[in-house]
Ligand binder design. Structure first.
Ligand SMILES: *[C@@H]1O[C@H](CO)[C@@H](O)[C@H](O)[C@H]1NC(C)=O
Ligand SMILES: *[C@@H]1O[C@H](CO)[C@@H](O)[C@H](O)[C@H]1NC(C)=O
Ligand SMILES: *[C@@H]1O[C@H](CO)[C@@H](O)[C@H](O)[C@H]1NC(C)=O
Ligand SMILES: *[C@@H]1O[C@H](CO)[C@@H](O)[C@H](O)[C@H]1NC(C)=O
Ligand SMILES: *[C@@H]1O[C@H](CO)[C@@H](O)[C@H](O)[C@H]1NC(C)=O
Length: 949
């Protein structure tokens, strides 16, 4: 009995022990239901390999990619599987979920709300195609530590912004929302979330400034680069207070102001990218001494000397006074730059006061004497604020300083009284404070309409004879003043009459005109080449009675025989001859088809320059000699997709502009016509000069020219890959797409296959395109393309430059047909390499070194593994010293001759004016806010901005 009952008990216990785990492992039915829904929502659920007749995902073994604690699902880890479909709406019923990894799939549709997932710590949803995010997504994510939603086209049309509820996620450390359509300002609360250390919000549409309370944050990584629709604005002073920063990427925005002087306080900082903003001023010395891995200051308006940076820095396309680090500016230049600093760098002065020669005719507001000394500073009515710099006192030759009717504050520096040539100081109509220093006799000091200064005459110097004229607005009571006013007013009115039209046109034309400038610049530049200088260039401000929001630039040519007009805008279908004028309307770069028909002789075959994959390129010549290249898409090749891509490409590539990329001058969209207008490159394709020079009776390219061409191409590609606001992949780099100007400097062309890279590392799978012989192996095999595929093609171009052999030539012996394969076999053997060098090159021992370097580089670029190839930045670094060897240092201007398209627009205009002579200098453009709308461009083959990976 007792034994039996004991037996029974043992059995019960054993049963119980066996049973209980089984009972406990049966998955919570609610969780099961969501997983089943999850599976149902997928088009390719088979990829999950979830068993069909098993309803216990938490069982043993659990379903693949599912992790449980007890009977509750806590994790789903299914990244990189190519899953297609949408997530269940009630996904947040998986209430114990702590970690979800669904990144890099093809999920579409609306993201489910995650609200209430209070256990959730990690959520990786990046690299999918979710197209919207519910407003309550972030509610109640109390334990959230990491959230990644990058590269999802969320709420694309209207954009979206981070809701306030996110600040309740008090443990949030990593927030990564790159390229996910965030709009509006950066929320203040991000600055006060003390847990936050990584904030990656690049490539959105965020506007406005970095909130000041970011100074309280503990952020280490702050990536705000590449905001669309203009970009972020405001000063970057707050950075200097963010002591934990290690990586700051702000490139491709419109941040302004100076680099804070105490930036050196950021002891942990390793990366600072400020490329392509509107930053001004001197480089602070505290930055110069920082030990950084990356510092990029290019494409801003930094001034003064280039410092000797402690680490490698990029700083091209700024307004430095000297091309060489460590070389000081002329003292006069430093004094004027101090003055500029005092008045807070008004954009127009910033854009013209570059270089080391204030008397070269470029510096706005200054007049010089024949000894190249500044004699007049003339900036009345200029909206200047800030204070007056004492440094001006060293400009001994200055006779007149006219700064009337501005908003200048502070005192008049006392050492200005030592200006020994000064005769007129007109500071009337400002907000200056006493004391008024005592100037010597003979200086006409005008300070009327300075409320604070004049209300307190006691603090001035009443004994000074000029003091009385200072407080009298007419000045007629003082003999000195009486004799001078007529002079002064004459001087002023003549200045004014020159200035007013400029200012008027600046004010009224504004940004719209900026968009036009490249075209007008270009035309004017070309016109010079054709020995037909324009008789005048007039910018007509917008006619307020004209509803079409149209700005006209009329370029009156010397040639009176009805030259072509380029006309556009909504108002313009068809031709619009305007006598001897070119009418170019701003707002876009639309050119009428009729004009292009006229200038290409109705697209006549004699004018053909070549055939591209998508159309024919014609040479066009305006009546004044302006040459253009016109690429006409063949109507038969156009699908509606192609048409959309044509337009998308114009929009997207507007961000790409560089002196080594062929520039777009205009385009036509009328009926079935899709036409692009480029600058004309007179020497044509590189391939012609490498492979066909004999038959075309050309001179072979010298090694020096080849090196220059290679560097130009490398720079253009570097820009495409990493310096443009987004990363672009060319996909069809080859010597026939490299065009040469009359100076044999090169530009990359044919952007028809350009792809937007989703980010630097990721590869894009595309339809195979490109040209055999140049294709990287991984691209040819898998269709996966990265910027490294372009690097491969570049390496092949280097081999062509070295050998004069085409990338692929089936007429060569079999082992030599593929240049890249053959070159690899011979490149390491000096004798074989020398034997392979283009016989057209006269190789001397002194050239051998650079030939060997380029051969090695060509090999490096064509490494089998993409990861082993260098990036284009490295390529540029390797080549720069080789090219520099060939030219004296001060001949650096070679590279900057002509129009430097990488410069801010108004600097380009200045460059053009210089090239064209001073008579055109009355065109002044207001500021740098506008950017050039459309640059190099081609027919879109398969460009899309957010396609698959
Ligand atoms: C995104 O769009 C959806 C649908 O249009 C809308 O319901 C939702 O509130 C938007 N999300 C945010 C965060 O504004
Ligand atoms: C947070 O971001 C940093 C920097 O990108 C990264 O190193 C770290 O692994 C991230 N943390 C998590 C948990 O993803
Ligand atoms: C002062 O002048 C600078 C340069 O023109 C301008 O950017 C800034 O907005 C001005 N500040 C004020 C307060 O007007
Ligand atoms: C001077 O500045 C004040 C405010 O800063 C502004 O209201 C005023 O319009 C400015 N005056 C001029 C002439 O620019
Ligand atoms: C004027 O004063 C400034 C600073 O107060 C000084 O740097 C500069 O050398 C002085 N210039 C002259 C000519 O006295």
């Amino acid at each position: 009995m007792e034994a039996d009952s004991r037996k029974a008990l043992v059995i019960v216990v054993i049963l119980w022990m066996k049973l209980i785990p089984a009972v406990f492992s049966v998955t919570d039915p609610n969780d099961l239901a969501i997983l089943i829904e999850f599976k149902k929502g997928l088009e390719n659920a088979e990829l999950l390999k979830w068993p069909a007749n098993d309803d216990d995902p938490c069982g043993s073994p659990s379903w693949q990619y599912v992790y449980c604690v007890g009977n509750r699902v806590t994790q789903i880890q299914a990244k990189n599987l190519g899953l297609k479909g949408s997530l269940p709406k009630d996904f947040n019923k998986l209430s114990m979920l702590s970690n979800v990894g669904l990144q890099n799939n093809d999920f579409t549709g609306m993201l489910p709300s995650f609200s209430g997932l209070s256990e959730l710590k990690y959520a990786y949803l990046d690299y999918n195609n979710f197209d919207s995010i519910p407003a309550d997504f972030f509610d109640g994510l109390d334990n959230l530590q990491v959230l990644a939603l990058d590269y999802n086209p969320l709420n694309a049309t209207s954009g979206w912004s981070l809701p306030d509820t996110l600040q309740n996620s008090a443990q949030l450390a990593n927030l990564s929302l790159m390229s996910s359509n965030l709009v509006g300002p950066l929320p203040d609360f991000l600055g006060t979330m003390s847990s936050l250390v990584v904030l990656k919000l690049a490539f959105n549409r965020i506007s406005g400034a970095i909130p000041l309370n970011f100074s309280e944050s503990n952020l280490q990584i702050l990536w705000l680069n590449g905001q669309e629709d203009g970009g972020m604005t405001g000063a970057i002073d707050v950075l200097a207070a963010m002591a934990s920063l290690t990586s700051v990427w702000l490139h491709g925005n419109q941040f302004s102001g100076k680099i804070p002087g105490n930036i050196g306080d950021l002891a942990s900082l390793k990366e600072l990218n400020l490329n392509s903003n509107n930053l001004v001023g001197f480089i602070p010395s505290s930055l110069v001494n920082m030990d950084l891995d990356m510092l990029d200051l290019s494409n801003n308006h930094f001034m003064g000397p280039i410092p000797d940076f402690k680490t490698n820095a990029s700083y091209s396309s700024n307004a430095f006074c000297q091309p060489t680090p460590g070389v000081p500016c002329a003292p006069e230049v430093m004094a004027l730059l101090d003055f500029l600093d005092g008045i807070n760098y008004p954009s127009k002065l910033v854009s013209s006061w570059s270089g080391n020669d204030p008397c070269g005719g470029k510096w706005f507001g200054l007049t010089c004497n024949s000894n190249q000394q500044v004699i007049i500073i003339n900036l009345p009515n200029y909206g200047l604020n800030g204070t007056l710099s004492p440094s001006i006192a060293m400009l001994d030759s200055v006779t007149k300083i006219i700064l009337s009717n501005n908003n200048i504050t502070g005192t008049i520096p006392s050492n200005w009284t030592s200006l020994k040539s000064l005769t007129l100081l007109n500071l009337s109509g400002n907000n200056l404070s006493p004391p008024l220093p005592t100037f010597r006799k003979g200086v006409n000091v005008l300070t009327n309409n300075n409320p604070i200064l004049n209300s307190n005459p006691a603090s001035g110097s009443p004994s000074s004879p000029t003091a009385s004229s200072q407080s009298s607005s007419s000045g007629s009571s003082s003999p000195t003043a009486a004799s001078i006013p007529s002079q002064t007013s004459e001087n002023q009115s003549s200045k004014r009459s020159k200035l007013l039209p400029i200012i008027a046109s600046i004010a009224s034309i504004g940004v719209l005109v900026l968009m036009l400038a490249p075209l007008s610049i270009y035309f004017c530049k070309r016109r010079k080449d054709a020995f037909q200088a324009p008789s005048s260039v007039v910018i007509h401000p917008r006619d307020p009675s004209n509803p079409d929001n149209v700005v006209k630039i009329v370029v009156a040519a010397n040639n009176p025989t009805g030259s072509a007009s380029i006309q556009s805008g909504s108002a313009s279908a068809g031709s619009s001859q305007m006598g001897e004028s070119h009418v170019i309307e701003a707002g876009n770069l639309v050119v009428s088809v009729q004009v292009l028909r006229n200038v290409t002789n109705n697209f006549s075959p004699e004018n053909e320059l070549g055939h591209g994959g998508f159309g024919v390129v014609y040479k066009g010549e305006l009546d004044d000699g302006t040459q253009i290249a016109v690429k006409r898409m063949e109507a038969g090749l156009m699908s509606s997709k192609a048409l959309n891509e044509f337009q998308a490409e114009i929009a997207v590539l507007s961000k790409v502009r560089h002196r080594h990329l062929v520039s777009l001058l205009g385009y036509s969209i009328e009926g079935l016509e899709r036409i692009l207008v480029y600058e004309y490159m007179p020497q044509g394709a590189l391939s012609k000069h490498l492979f066909h020079w004999k038959s075309l009776k050309l001179d072979p390219l010298s090694w020096k020219k080849r090196l220059n061409i290679a560097l130009d191409v490398a720079r253009g590609m570097e820009y495409l890959h990493s310096l443009a606001h987004q990363s672009f992949i060319h996909r069809d780099l080859k010597s026939s797409n490299i065009l040469l100007g009359d100076d044999f400097r090169a530009k990359v062309s044919d952007f028809g296959l350009v792809k937007l890279a989703p980010d630097g590392e990721k590869s894009v799978v595309t339809r195979l395109a490109g040209t055999f012989g140049y294709l990287a192996p991984e691209y040819a095999v898998t269709g996966k393309i990265t910027t490294k595929s372009d690097v491969f093609s570049f390496g092949v171009v280097l081999m062509e430059l070295l050998t004069g052999l085409m990338a692929l030539d089936e007429d060569r012996p079999e082992e030599m047909q593929y240049l890249a394969a053959w070159f690899w076999k011979i490149k390491s053997n000096k004798e074989k390499l020398m034997a392979a060098i283009d016989p057209a090159l006269d190789v001397k021992e002194e050239t051998y070194e650079s030939i060997a370097t380029i051969a090695e580089l060509a090999g490096h670029c064509t490494a089998r593994e993409p990861s082993q190839r260098p990036d284009m930045g490295h390529v540029v670094n390797v080549m720069v010293p080789l090219v520099e060897k060939w030219k004296p240092l001060d001949n650096d201007t070679e590279e900057y001759s002509g129009i430097d398209y990488s410069l801010p627009l108004n600097q380009m205009v200045k460059g053009w004016q210089e090239a064209e002579g001073k008579d055109a200098s009355y065109i002044e453009l207001a500021d740098t806010q506008g950017s050039i709308p459309a640059r190099p461009i081609g027919f879109a083959e398969s460009f899309t901005s957010a396609d698959g990976r």
